[in-house]
Design a protein around this ligand. Structure first.
Ligand code: GUN
Length: 281
């Protein structure tokens, strides 16, 4: 079984990005900038944002975090985004999700310039991805895609099953694999006989947030299994895949932690650099 080392792959990608930033600095006399907006005090979001900021600095990007209290008015956040849209030193804008209930997520996402939307969540980028046009691709699916391609460069004709249909994961992942000529099934909480769907899959991407949902007898021999889950349990952080059981049957599997997570952040940096390059052309 191939244990997919997301930490190692992410480090490799960050090193490539670092070299690319040096080149851009030489060419344009400036570096790409990432601005993250963090609202509230949720512990997981704070940890994610700290890691994003640290990684951005490490590859040489300009990095800024704007923090607002949970009670901040929506209007102030939208005004700040509009200001960042006009700021030439800001290449990428990310508003950390989830947002407090009184703030309209759709309004926030649609206010971010699609050219600075490093999450790939703006409807224009969602449309670009589903049309196969250029644009930002959500970081986690992009990271999963790179890990899968590393194990199996030719995905043509493979049957891929997404578990979960979120905008950030399942739906975008499905589009990426469709572009690789996979036959894609998107499953969700109302899917009948999820086990049978998984057993038919050459590739499984689990992103539902249910601890160890995917069991050993759900997985075909030689399938590639990507675990996006981050579930807090008494045993610590555990994925959506029963690791010990599945590792006995799968061809390749990502661990949690150390699989998809580090790639998500590296892909955020990649997206920031891509946004910068597209505006310099
Ligand atoms: N919260 C958890 N994952 C993400 C992500 O990829 N982007 C944003 N904006 N918020 C998140």
């Amino acid at each position: 079984m191939i244990l997919i080392d997301g930490k190692k792959e992410a480090a490799k990608l960050r090193e490539e990005l670092k070299q690319e930033v040096l080149g851009l600095k030489n060419n344009f006399k400036k570096v790409p900038g990432l601005t993250v907006i963090l609202i509230g005090e949720m512990a997981p979001s704070q940890i994610y944002v700290r890691n994003k900021e640290k990684s951005a600095r490490e590859v040489g990007l300009k990095s800024e975090v704007i923090k607002y209290p949970e009670s901040i008015e929506e209007k102030i956040v939208l005004e700040k985004i509009k200001e960042l849209n006009k700021d030439d030193t800001v290449s990428g804008i990310l508003v950390q999700l989830p947002l407090p209930k009184h703030i309209d997520k759709q309004k926030v996402i649609e206010t971010i310039s699609p050219h600075k939307d490093v999450d790939g969540l703006h409807p224009m980028n969602v449309g670009n991805l589903s049309s196969g046009y250029q644009g930002s691709i959500p970081c986690t699916p992009l990271g999963c895609y790179l890990l899968i391609k590393n194990v199996e460069p030719n995905l043509s004709g493979k049957k891929a099953v997404m578990i979960g249909r979120s905008n950030l994961n399942g739906k975008a992942m499905a589009q990426l694999l469709l572009q690789e000529d996979c036959t894609v099934t998107i499953t969700h909480s109302k899917t009948k006989n999820l086990k049978a769907e998984c057993l038919a899959a050459d590739i499984i991407v689990a992103a539902v947030g249910i601890t160890e949902l995917v069991k050993g007898d759900w997985v075909k021999k030689d399938a590639i299994v990507i675990d996006v889950g981050i579930n807090k349990t008494e045993k610590g952080i555990v994925g959506d895949v029963a690791f010990d059981e599945v590792s006995k049957v799968a061809k390749a599997l990502t661990p949690v932690p150390g699989g998809v997570g580090p790639m998500t952040i590296a892909c955020l940096l990649k997206n920031t650099i891509e946004c910068f390059k597209r505006t310099q052309k």
